[in-house]
Design a protein around this ligand. Structure first.
Ligand SMILES: [Zn+2]
Length: 332
């Protein structure tokens, strides 16, 4: 199990914390998606369970390591939300029952709880009780998003580890190795669009999203010229996730146009669309560009926060606002 290069430093820090006696029986990994954090947690669990670790790494050959590799280690437990449901109290209670028995391989036990923010209140309270009375040789590894609404009482019982997106140059180099057929310009643009999250970016490049984005924004441009909302509406995906991504693309178009307007020197997200962004920026006032940008952000916020909404209606409303309140007011 190879670790992604950007996770190496935090892995080393984890291991040395434990070696120097600063380890903790409950670790909370706060992370964003697309950074490969599950591989970090599994690798660390393997190291915790290994009978004969070699410095920072697990040996890979002892019985424990072989059981981990086969996915059948009796002392490694994985708890997650099942079929999109919250993690219920029964899942935590079952786990606790298992912990009352001795570790079957006579060493450490590790319990990995993915999406810990999905614990129901009852489950979180049950977990809290367990964390308050730690068992020897039992380690809890919790994973939750950076700004998750995880119970403060649970957080206070854990040692927190922050897994952040790696630097631009590290991801850039890794992606070059992963996608050698792509141009460096494409990789650079994809990196900005994906907020430097390496695995998201790799998927983005491999699924040809870069050219999908270009086509979509060309249609956005046509919508801007014609004010024909149906022209762009038909280009939107059906899934929430796709729509949010497409709205991201429009918001970056606006933010680049604002940068051009205000001659801000910071890097553009879409340098390849310069020929569209520059005239767009020149034709619209700063107020209009800001307004357009805000319309997109507000639409995204509603789509994220409200569950039962008619997505097409939301989009039609946003595009109408753009056409009437942003584009039309600048026409001469
Ligand atoms: Zn081993």
């Amino acid at each position: 199990m190879a670790l992604y290069p950007w996770l190496e430093p935090i892995y080393q820090q984890l291991v040395s914390a434990f070696e120097q006696g600063h380890g903790h029986h409950a670790l909370l990994f706060k992370t964003e998606s697309g950074l490969g954090t599950p591989t970090l947690i599994r690798q660390f669990a393997t190291r915790l369970l290994c009978h004969t670790p070699q410095d920072a790494v697990s040996c890979g050959t002892c019985k424990s390591c072989l059981l981990m590799q086969s996915g059948n280690h009796p002392d490694f437990h994985f708890i997650e939300s099942i079929e999109g449901k919250d993690i219920g109290v029964d899942q935590i209670r079952d786990q606790n029952t298992k912990l009352q028995q001795f570790a079957q391989q006579g060493g450490n036990s590790a319990i990995y709880i993915a999406s810990a923010e999905r614990l129901t209140e009852a489950a979180a309270n049950a977990l809290l009780k367990i964390l308050e009375e730690p068992h020897d040789n039992v380690y809890f590894l919790l994973e939750a998003p950076l700004n998750s609404p995880l119970l403060a009482t649970i957080q206070s019982r854990c040692q927190s580890w922050l897994v952040q997106p790696p630097s631009f140059s590290i991801v850039y180099q890794w992606l070059q190795e992963q996608c050698p057929a792509l141009t460096l310009d494409d990789i650079e643009i994809a990196l900005r669009l994906c907020h430097q999250r390496p695995l998201v970016c790799k998927d983005f490049l491999e699924t040809d999203r870069l050219s999908q984005r270009k086509r979509f924004l060309q249609n956005f441009w046509r919508f801007y010229k014609s004010h024909d909302i149906w022209l762009l509406l038909s280009e939107f995906g059906k899934e929430k996730e796709d729509i949010l991504r497409q709205l991201d693309w429009i918001s970056y178009f606006f933010s680049d146009a604002l940068k051009a307007k205000m001659t801000v020197q910071s890097t553009w997200i879409n340098p390849d669309l310069r020929n569209g962004i520059l005239p767009f920026s020149q034709a619209l006032s700063v107020q209009s560009l800001l307004k357009g940008y805000q319309i997109i952000l507000q639409t995204q916020q509603v789509i994220r926060e409200v569950n039962a909404i008619n997505l097409e209606l939301m989009l039609a409303d946003a595009l109408t606002k753009l056409a009437l309140d942003v584009f039309a007011t600048n026409d001469h």
